[in-house]
Design a protein around this ligand. Structure first.
Ligand code: ZN
Length: 419
């Protein structure tokens, strides 16, 4: 990609309204723009990161045996009445009405729609277990949108739903999803703490939240300083400290959630299968969510400095930011063009700054948008040498033109987390 053709409107000045650094930087670097309160457009750079996150999620969900589908965003009102959640979730439901006066809700979550699909298409225990997921926009009438992409009224989510004929099968998939989530977040460069939110011995629901422990998080997490066990407040208030020392209170941002629904949705919707004895039994369910657009905010929040964003290589918009110090110098320009073509052919994602700006302006933009590696073709171009700069460590190394592809490929591979 050439910078001269790129739609990435960066801002020099920043509004002081944005309280979180991720929000300020994503706006300033031209990744997102707000259309209305809690409603954002993803510009090309923002979408690139989002796509890299969704690629990792798809990769790991498919590896875990889940199948992707895509469900409608418009949900018939009767379906929400049937599950009983029209009343309990009324506050966040956004309504829509068609020309005939038929009422719909914009989907805030998809348990109803997917259970409706499964009840009409699955009859026997032999068809289970099943784990289905989608990556789609969700709509919730948040009273207080905040933090840019952290709390919005329209957001991208990965939601999975599993269907089982018994608890043991649900337990196995629930554990598989917890393991899969740990890999997904690690690949996105996030150190996530799984937080116990399950009723366990005190009864009730069983659920785990995947939290990023950061000061700007709006949830409270209680962490054992000895062993690292973490629980939400409701749970921590009801169990003794695990290692005999008091829990420490931390702030967290929730990025994922796994939940044993059991028959809470299938029973009201009469979603059943016949078991091996031929008896009708309600389908046992689990659901598993990841806030995809919120991951962008989370990664930006923990990976930045005074100059801008620093994307982890695994989800970075581009691998390399390439520029010639003086593009009017034919030797520099030829070497930069050559490197661009060679790297692109080698499958390296290069952003080539071919604008007629001063080199200082280009450096600032490269730092602001946070491309992990920068290649400068400068005064040593005559000797075929360019300078490779690491955005995170600030380390510079000289690389010869013949070795640039292998050297950059090696740097990229070194920056990818093991899976
Ligand atoms: Zn402990």
């Amino acid at each position: 990609m050439r910078c001269s053709r790129m739609f990435a409107p960066t801002l020099r000045e920043m509004s002081t309204e944005a309280e979180m650094s991720s929000h300020r930087l994503l706006l300033r670097a031209g990744f997102i723009r707000q259309l209305a309160a809690g409603i954002y457009s993803f510009l090309p750079l923002g979408l690139l990161v989002l796509q890299h996150v969704t690629n990792i999620i798809r990769d790991e969900m498919n590896r875990a045996g889940a199948q992707e589908l895509l469900l409608p965003a418009l949900h018939p009102q009767e379906l929400w009445a049937e599950s009983g959640r029209e009343a309990t979730m009324q506050d966040i439901l956004i309504k829509a009405t068609d020309r005939r006066g038929t009422k719909f809700y914009l989907g805030p979550t998809h348990e109803e729609v997917i259970t409706d699909l499964v009840r009409h298409n699955i009859r026997s225990y032999r068809d289970l277990p099943l784990n289905l997921y989608q990556i789609q926009m969700k709509y919730r009438d948040e009273p207080r949108p905040r933090g840019g992409l952290v709390r919005t009224r329209e957001f991208l989510m990965k939601d999975a739903y599993s269907f089982h004929c018994d608890e043991a099968s649900l337990d196995a998939t629930y554990q598989k999803m917890i393991d899969t989530y740990k890999i997904i977040f690690r690949r996105c460069g996030l150190a996530i703490t799984p937080v116990d939110a399950s009723g366990g011995a005190i009864g009730g629901k069983e659920t785990k939240e995947f939290m990023l422990l950061i000061k700007s998080g709006e949830d409270t997490v209680l962490v054992c300083p000895q062993c690292g066990y973490a629980a939400n407040r409701e749970i921590a208030d009801n169990i003794p400290p695990c290692c005999g020392v008091p829990y420490e209170e931390r702030s967290g941002m929730e990025l994922g959630h796994v939940f044993k629904l059991r028959c809470a949705i299938s029973e009201p919707l009469h979603a059943t299968v016949t078991d091996e004895n031929g008896a009708e039994t309600p389908i046992v369910m689990g659901c598993y969510g990841i806030g995809v657009s919120r991951i962008l905010a989370a990664v930006a929040e923990v990976n930045n400095d005074e100059n801008g964003l620093i994307w982890p290589m695994s989800i970075a918009l581009y691998h390399v930011y390439l520029l010639a110090a003086n593009p009017t110098d034919q030797v520099q320009k030829d070497l930069a063009d050559h490197i661009y073509n060679e790297q692109t052919a080698a499958g390296i994602d290069v952003l080539y700054d071919d604008r007629s700006e001063r080199v200082g302006v280009k450096f600032k933009d490269a730092d602001l948008i946070g491309v992990p590696l920068r290649l400068l073709v400068g005064r040593l171009a005559g000797q075929g040498i360019c300078e490779l700069h690491d955005r995170k460590t600030g380390v510079n190394v000289d690389v010869s033109g013949e070795q640039v592809v292998s050297e950059v490929s090696r740097s990229i591979a070194n920056k990818l987390p093991y899976t």
